[in-house]
Ligand binder design. Structure first.
Ligand code: AQP
Length: 321
């Protein structure tokens, strides 16, 4: 079993990414698991080159900082030769109707004057990510299920048309973690793309910045601390964060504090401690670009070695080479 998980450097890695995904990737990982920074996917919408480069390095350093082994993590664009070739083979396996049917494409393209072709075809590139590495399981949220279905369909179609080359992957539901909400607007999730929001807490934020953000978190006009996500989303979000950092239930977390000020200080302190080791290791790597480049090159080499025989076989049976 090989599980493949990716994170897109569309902004700074935030507390939601950490508690909802990255921390668990490191804690639950099996030797065959693979992780990657999907920088090519960040190009489907307008982007700034220098910012993308910096965010890719930062995200890669955070994956290492959280404890993922260098051998099992890589940057997607470091494999752009292999992925580009397989992407073309798969685009010629996929129909226009299949790509245009993707709900995410319809949502993101809807109402836009100009849409990049990459936004339409990126699920095919995602299929290439998965099939190149021979991933058998892809832990994704429901918004990505359809993309993994596409990868399954393309693998099956290619195999039955040309010959058995690809493992047929399946989407698996990641272990659920609460969706962390924006501290200033608990009505929406904390998001990388909402960089300007004062309610986003980032993994590399300094402790005083984290404390300030929590002090300004939106709560409500009540005085009793109670866990009730339906009617009191701001307080519930703080309790879920505190619970995730301290390993108790949000109900138990509610009984451990006695005022809003106490809750905000306690959750800020817990988040600072949770993120401290990751931030310190990631910063060390970011301050040593030569070491970061070395580790990145090593991950890319391993990933390319794993994928190349599959790419060669696919090209051969499809009549290339
Ligand atoms: N707020 C969140 N709470 C819990 N988990 C979250 N994840 C994202 N936001 C939250 C999880 O982080 C992993 C990597 O995310 P991604 O790169 O696929 O980004 P995303 O899901 O599209 O959401 P982001 O990080 O906020 O980015 P943008 O703003 O670009 O959409 C995933 O496992 C995701 O579930």
């Amino acid at each position: 079993m090989t599980r493949l998980s990716g994170i897109t450097p569309s902004g700074h890695v935030h507390l939601g990414n950490h508690l909802g995904a990255v921390r668990r990737w490191a804690a639950d990982r099996e030797p065959e698991d693979l992780f990657f920074v999907s920088d090519l996917h960040a190009m489907t919408i307008p982007h700034r080159p220098e910012r993308l480069r910096a965010l890719t390095r930062e995200t890669f350093a955070i994956l290492l900082g959280v404890g993922i082994e260098p051998d099992s993590v890589f940057v997607q664009s470091d494999l752009c030769g292999e992925l580009g070739a397989l992407n073309w083979v798969l685009e010629c396996t996929c129909t226009f109707g299949e790509a245009a049917r993707m709900i995410q494409f319809k949502e993101k393209a809807g109402g836009q004057d100009s849409v990049r072709v990459g936004l339409l075809t990126y699920p095919v590139l995602m299929s290439a990510d998965i099939l190149l590495q021979g991933a058998t399981e892809v832990p994704v949220g429901t918004d990505q299920d359809q993309h993994v279905e596409l990868a399954r369909a393309l693998a099956r179609r290619f195999n039955s048309t040309f010959g058995e080359v690809f493992a047929v992957p399946k989407a698996v539901v990641p272990k659920t973690a609460a969706s962390i909400r924006d501290l200033s607007d608990p009505g929406r999730k904390m998001a990388k793309s909402a960089q300007q929001s004062p309610g986003g807490v980032f993994v590399l934020d300094e402790p005083d910045v984290i404390s300030r953000k929590f002090r300004r978190a939106v709560t409500d006009g009540e005085s009793e601390i109670r866990y009730d996500p339906e009617t009191r989303p701001g307080v519930a979000n703080l309790l879920e964060i505190l619970a995730a950092c301290t390993g108790v239930s949000p109900y138990a977390a509610a009984t451990s504090v006695d005022s809003y000020a106490d809750l905000k200080d306690t959750v800020a302190a817990a988040v600072i401690e949770e993120l401290r080791p990751v931030r310190e290791r990631a910063r060390e790597l970011l301050d040593d670009p030569a070491e970061l480049d070395r580790v990145r090159a090593q991950g890319a080499k391993r990933a390319a070695e794993r994928g190349r025989p599959r790419l060669e076989a696919a090209m051969r049976v499809a009549g290339l080479r």
